[in-house]
Design a protein around this ligand. Structure first.
Ligand SMILES: [Zn+2]
Ligand SMILES: [Zn+2]
Length: 303
């Protein structure tokens, strides 16, 4: 089971009723946080969570509303007696940015491992999931991410019996092991059916619509996209500042064939974002204007 929570839905600055956009994904006892603007640690506390289980922090780009909460969060983790290393992932410049932010949080009781990437499509395999970056188009270098948990095929008992594979090897084959015994070799493909559908989440904010979003979000169970503006008259502003409107995001979700769309990163000038929901649902019916703390539990499909 993958547990997804959008801690905040705001862009640019935190407001009394709207925290900055940040995504928490919890899987297999490990937590991943994507983006950490000012106040993210408070948004997390509001859910009743400690910062302690966060193993990975990941940045989309280096604008303050996505990173300035880092020193406070690291100090919060230190305060929770964390000693295990923390990995921070981000585009080129990560070392410089984290170094700068850590001037006010230099002493930590855990190691901070930096994984800086450049280019397109870098993937990180950790804690049983795969995080993949894709480049988008914002006023500074910016990336979206997909989070994926794969699911192996079903064990075919009849095939194992038919191939005379001894019972003692079945579970090892199920775990992907190739077994050599005497002059016989048993391979997982002899007993495993085709890979089954896993779980996929896409998170992409602060960008103009680009084909990479649709390509990477394709088939997501949950797709979280920027919807900075909802009024048609704000479309030129989105173009100029390299942000995306709700309508543009909904069109991407429709062509990427995702199961569900959440919009986020609302402009501080936008009052109740929910009022746009009916219009957005006309473009993509499975769209939601979430509130801060919106949560979804994603499970593997029943066989
Ligand atoms: Zn932003
Ligand atoms: Zn930005």
């Amino acid at each position: 089971m993958v547990d997804v929570t959008l801690l905040g839905t705001g862009g640019m600055m935190p407001l009394p009723y709207r925290w900055l956009t940040s995504l928490m994904i919890r899987y297999n006892g490990s937590s991943l946080l994507i983006d950490c603007g000012e106040g993210t640690q408070i948004a997390m506390r509001e859910r009743g969570w400690s910062a302690n289980p966060i193993d990975v922090i990941c940045f989309t780009h280096y604008h303050a509303d996505h990173i300035s909460g880092l020193p406070g969060l690291l100090l919060d983790m230190a305060n929770s007696d964390r000693t295990e290393p923390v990995t921070i992932i981000g585009p080129k410049g990560l070392e410089r940015v984290v170094g700068g932010l850590r001037v006010i949080a230099p002493e930590l009781p855990f190691e901070v491992r930096l994984r800086e990437f450049s280019g397109d499509g870098e993937a990180f395999e950790m804690f049983g999931y795969r995080l993949k970056s894709f480049k988008v188009n914002h006023s500074v270098t910016c990336y979206g991410y997909t989070f994926e948990v794969d699911r192996a095929g079903k064990f075919d008992k009849d095939a194992a019996v038919a191939a005379n594979i001894p019972l003692e090897f079945w579970s090892r084959l199920q775990n992907g092991e190739i077994i050599n015994t005497g002059d016989v070799t048993y391979e997982p493909s002899m007993v495993m059916g085709p890979d089954r559908k896993g779980i996929k989440i896409t998170y992409c904010t602060d960008t103009r619509p680009v084909p990479a979003i649709e390509e990477n979000a394709s088939g997501s169970d949950l797709c979280i996209l920027e919807g900075m503006y909802g009024d048609a008259e704000d479309a030129p502003k989105a173009l100029k500042k390299k942000h995306m409107t709700m309508q543009e995001a909904a069109k991407i979700a429709a062509s990427a064939n995702v199961q569900e769309l959440w919009l986020t990163h609302f402009s501080p000038s936008m009052g109740k974002a929910k009022r746009y929901e009916a219009e957005i649902k006309e473009i993509f019916p499975a769209a939601l204007i979430p509130k801060d703390g919106e949560t979804r539990e994603l499970n593997f499909e029943e066989d």
